[in-house]
Design a protein around this ligand. Structure first.
Ligand code: PLP
Ligand code: CA
Length: 306
């Protein structure tokens, strides 16, 4: 497979790269920041791209935050960003439900396995939901639960969809409710299917590892709304009217970000080495995706200003 062009330190190649695109889609964690630490030079790099008339969009698989919460995170890290430029997997899921699934009464409620970020995005799209952060689902299962779930008397007949994201309080009771809804024909959605996500120089179970038990129980795969799902790309294209050939996806992860850009037939993909994947990963014979460009760190693009 063709190997990516290395841009770091090559001013002419960086300028040529920037000129090829009008829109840059940025993955967040691993590209702009790591946890709560913004990488040096990121703010200036975004400024440089914007000063050259480029559109910046921030695309994250983290479903635990809504766009307003993300905006706060950007502000806290000193990165200027409009709420409108932020595209998270919770938002992507909410607009998929309201504009593509178009759930209608009597089965228009969503059973949420996930956090407040999902609830906020569903609320913004006027989608009714249960589960989520409701404390009555965040407790141990009882005999009454088993009885009521078995005969269906504890289930809400209006639920037509189960949406699974990262849930810090995942438990047997929630999985049992979700499973019963899926058994009764609810549509199975996942905000994203990342197996793990990076935190504190280590990895933790990702949203994909929360939906896998339900895949095992039902034999069904969810429709995933985060990267690399093209449902997310279609939604981004619909919102920002992208010319895909003049759009570049920037990311640290081959199986989400780079795959997302390649399968979306974007004009290019740029890998940065400040996150999950390393050069050896795309050089491997069984590489999941190979970027078209790479830099050691995002701020290496600033050399274009010299
Ligand atoms: N999911 C969760 C819960 C996360 O915290 C993160 C990163 O912090 C991700 C997914 C991956 O996010 P991104 O797509 O911005 O790399
Ligand atoms: Ca990332």
């Amino acid at each position: 497979m063709a190997q990516p062009k290395y841009l770091s330190g090559d001013v002419a190649a960086i300028n040529e790269f920037i000129d090829k695109f009008d829109v840059f889609l940025f993955d967040c964690d691993g590209v702009l920041w790591s946890g709560d630490h913004v990488f040096e030079g990121v703010v200036e790099t975004l400024e440089l791209l914007r000063s050259r008339g480029k559109k910046t969009v921030f695309v994250t698989n983290n479903s635990t935050k809504s766009r307003p919460e993300y905006k706060k995170k950007f502000e806290g890290l000193g990165i200027p960003a409009d709420e409108d430029e932020i595209f998270g997997s919770a938002y992507s899921s909410a607009i998929y439900i309201s504009r593509i699934l178009k759930l209608a009464p009597p089965k228009n409620k969503v059973f949420v396995v996930g956090e407040a970020g999902i609830e906020q995005e569903l609320t913004t799209e006027n989608i009714p939901f249960i589960g989520g952060t409701d404390p009555s689902f965040r407790r141990d299962v009882t005999v009454e639960d088993f009885n009521g779930l078995a005969d269906g008397s504890l289930l809400d007949p209006e639920v037509g969809c189960v949406l699974v994201g990262l849930d810090w309080h995942i438990n047997y009771l929630k999985l049992s409710h979700a499973y019963q809804y899926l058994r009764r024909g609810a549509v199975f959605l996942a905000t994203n299917v990342d197996s793990t996500f990076p935190m504190n120089n280590n990895f933790f179970p990702g949203a994909g590892s929360i939906s896998v038990p339900l895949v095992h129980m039902t034999g069904q795969e969810p429709v995933a709304l985060g990267k690399p799902s093209q449902a997310m790309m279609d939604a981004i294209e619909g919102k920002f009217h992208l010319d895909r050939a003049r759009t570049c996806m920037v990311g640290d992860r081959l199986n989400t970000d780079i795959k997302f850009g390649i399968e979306g037939r974007l004009g290019g993909t740029l890998a940065v080495l400040t996150g999950v994947n390393k050069k050896e990963d795309w050089e491997a014979a069984d590489a999941v995706a190979v970027p078209s460009f790479y830099v050691d760190k995002l701020s290496d693009l600033r050399a274009a200003a010299q």
